[in-house]
Design a protein around this ligand. Structure first.
Ligand code: B16
Ligand code: MG
Length: 218
């Protein structure tokens, strides 16, 4: 195994943990369509730039941000109902997803890690991650899958990544996280892991390295 596969200081990496939306696949556009549809039903417009605030954030927190944007109030039961409605629409859109939705370099890099003996885990906030992995046909490239169904604390809490490292039987300091959202970069750092961010330092401060897509890792 090449020691410089990740080009990171701080010793050898033995495990890679991947966020899903924005790193391996662009599901943000489907989240956006579904949230926009809900906003329209509630009587306001939800713009693409407002959607940026929802990336990497849990479903319930996303709904709260949406309601803030439209200056709408809901009680607990109404929130649960609205979040379920949005999710049903989102899942409908996911049914159209196939391998072509994988972001550049995603499959090739995962295959390369497997060939090099680096363990891989998914670390996503999404409760729909199993369906997405199935649609993309990449489930078999992960040694462990930790998603929104298995965590109780949302990023920037490190729970999802710590559970990922634990499932790989690795210490956090030998793991690297790939993330596209600030909450995720903060979560990885809080967990004592190195972070490679997909994006720019001004929007995602604190990462160890910046790339524009996983193609840069090949
Ligand atoms: P769900 P990630 C996140 O995925 C999305 O970026 C975020 O927009 C979404 O609200 C969250 O998953 C929960 O998704 O409604 O499917 O449970 O970036 O953590 O892979
Ligand atoms: Mg993400």
């Amino acid at each position: 195994m090449k020691e410089d596969l990740f080009s990171l200081p701080g010793g050898k990496i033995q495990g890679a943990i991947f966020d899903l939306d924005g790193v391996l696949v662009d599901t943000a556009k489907y989240h956006y369509l579904a949230w926009k549809r809900l906003a329209r039903e509630l009587g306001f417009d939800f713009r693409e730039e407002d959607n940026e605030r929802l990336k990497g954030v849990s479903r319930m927190r996303s709904l709260e941000i949406l309601l803030e944007t439209g200056r709408c109030k809901m009680n607990g039961a109404e929130k649960t109902e609205a979040a379920a409605k949005k999710n049903n629409w989102y899942v409908e859109y996911l049914r159209t997803l196939d391998e072509s939705a994988l972001l550049p370099g995603a499959r090739e890099f995962l295959e390369r890690l497997k060939a090099e003996g680096i363990k891989t885990a998914l670390g996503s906030a999404s409760k729909n991650a199993p369906l997405i992995l199935e649609r993309l046909g990449i489930g078999g490239l992960f040694n462990a899958v930790i998603d929104g169904n298995r965590v109780s604390r949302a990023k920037p809490d490190p729970e999802v990544f710590l559970k990922g490292a634990e499932a790989l039987h690795l210490a956090p300091r030998v793991c690297v996280v790939f993330e596209d959202a600030l909450a995720g970069v903060e979560a990885a750092r809080a967990g004592g892991m190195r972070v490679i961010a997909l994006g720019k330092p001004d929007l995602l401060p604190g990462a160890d390295r910046y790339i524009s897509s996983l193609k840069d890792m090949l």
